[in-house]
Design a protein around this ligand. Structure first.
Ligand code: UGA
Length: 429
């Protein structure tokens, strides 16, 4: 019989973790403080967009138990994954209030191991341990097990993980967590707790650095006549560099990279170290989104009164996640310039609506383009990659296309009559 597991927090990480462990044969107790979310899950509704997740939850519904009551989790499971949100505070630190609240809820005399999946600052494990001692919860252990799942590929990232990182204070507690992952036959890295916590931040910060680096190369390519997509291809063959995360565009967004880069910068600052490189990574990323405006102005002049359509609103394709999405910044900049802004997205419209006041939202691509002066590709959805050049040029008022993701063929765009701009492909522009 497989070890029963607890999941504390039914957000994206919690649900993916629950579904994948249930698929491996574990009984899983999933707890969330949100009644509506628990009710939705019980009736088979998945409150977020992640490919494959609804199917996996349905397939394993007999092994998945949803509850609002933390005691039920601790009664049934000796290992409980902490998957609560740790959003940034005004100071840029991570808000750990959900974690502290959870510790208060652990019933006295509970025997369990808390397995931290939420992204938490280095040093959190030590603080949690002290707090558990202060609360007299001597039967509660602690293991750090950061997640490396990317949205839209999370199920594959879980089952086919590049590595599983386990940081423990106590060898046996680490072994208990390692055993859960053994069936996946993925590399398991065992460390102390602060090292595991740092691996998570350093990995996300490095990915962000790679993106800002290639975006700066793209900007130099524009000035010098090189093609960044071919530069990235040529660099990627070097196995020391690798080909992933070298796609130039409008910068990284989403709930993870921006938040974690900022948190690592603050963490370093709080410890008295000035992390200069991360400052540059953040600044390049902010400017990269705004370069779109200059590209539009190059063809349209002043944007006041012009109608601009943002193609794609979610921070990346195959998700409805709008957190820190580049579309929010670009829309706000365009509105500030006096443009009329429209937004198109196949799945994120409902999530986007309250975040984009003043933006006219559309689910139909051609309808969004009708009468517009220009379109900007913000998110590389499949529908955008198959851009209907012929129909679009007929319904649009102007024919300016800024491809913020370098997904279209410049020759095809120009042959269709578009003034086409992309990122770092000056020799084609
Ligand atoms: C990221 C990491 O990739 C995961 O390993 C990590 O577990 C996760 O954060 C997390 O901390 O939870 P995610 O935010 O889902 O995953 O998305 P990514 O695929 O990393 O993309 C982030 C942003 O970078 C997107 O806006 C994407 O468009 C952009 N990006 C990505 C580029 O601009 N260029 C690239 O070459 C790659």
């Amino acid at each position: 019989m497989k070890e029963p597991l607890g999941i504390l927090g039914a957000g994206w990480v919690g649900l993916v973790t629950a579904a994948c462990f249930a698929e491996l044969g574990h009984e899983v107790w999933v707890r969330d403080i949100d009644d509506a979310r628990i009710e939705a899950l019980e009736s088979g509704i998945v409150p977020l967009h992640e490919p494959g997740l609804p199917e996996l939850l349905t397939h394993n519904r007999e092994r998945l138990h949803y509850t609002r009551d933390p005691a039920q989790v601790f009664e049934n499971a000796r290992l409980a994954f902490v998957c609560v949100g740790t959003p940034p505070t005004y100071s840029g630190d991570a808000d750990l209030s959900a974690v502290w609240h959870l510790l208060q809820e652990i019933p006295a005399a509970t025997q369990t191991i808390l397995v931290m999946k939420s992204t938490v600052p280095v040093g959190t494990g030590d603080k949690v341990q002290s707090e558990l001692e202060a609360l007299g919860r001597n039967g509660v252990g602690y293991v750090s097990n950061p997640e490396f799942l990317a949205e839209s590929t999370a199920i594959r990232d879980f089952t086919n993980a590049d590595r599983v990182v386990i940081g423990a204070f106590d060898e046996e507690q680490g072994d208990a967590v390692a055993r859960l992952y053994e069936p996946l036959e993925r590399p398991i890295i065992r460390t102390d707790v602060p090292t595991a916590e740092m691996i998570k931040y350093a990995s996300n910060a490095f990915l962000a650095t790679k993106i800002s680096f290639i975006n700066e190369i793209a900007n130099v390519c524009e000035a010098t006549g090189a093609d960044v997509t071919r530069v990235a291809e040529g660099m990627g063959y070097d196995s020391r560099i690798g080909s992933q995360f070298l796609q130039a565009g409008i910068g990284y967004s989403g709930n993870c990279l921006p938040k974690d880069v900022a948190a690592l910068k603050q963490l370093a600052g709080n410890s008295g170290y000035h992390f200069q490189l991360l400052n540059a990574v953040i600044e390049v990323n902010e400017l990269q989104k705004r370069r779109v405006i200059g590209k539009l102005e190059k063809h349209l002049g002043a944007l006041r009164g012009k109608t601009i359509v943002l193609l794609g609103l979610a921070f990346k394709p195959n998700t409805n996640d709008m957190r820190h999405a580049a579309s929010l910044v670009i829309a706000a900049r365009l509105l500030a310039e006096g443009a009329s802004v429209r937004g198109w997205d196949p799945v994120a419209i409902d999530v986007a609506r309250p975040l984009l006041p003043g933006v006219e939202l559309h689910e139909n691509l051609l309808e969004a383009l009708t009468g517009a002066d220009a379109a900007v590709i913000v998110t590389e959805w499949g529908q955008v990659k198959q851009f209907p050049f012929g129909d679009a040029v007929k319904v649009m008022n102007g024919a300016v296309l800024v491809d913020g993701r370098n997904v279209l063929d410049p020759d095809e765009a120009r042959a269709a009559g578009f003034a086409y701009e992309s990122i770092g492909r000056a020799s084609l522009g």
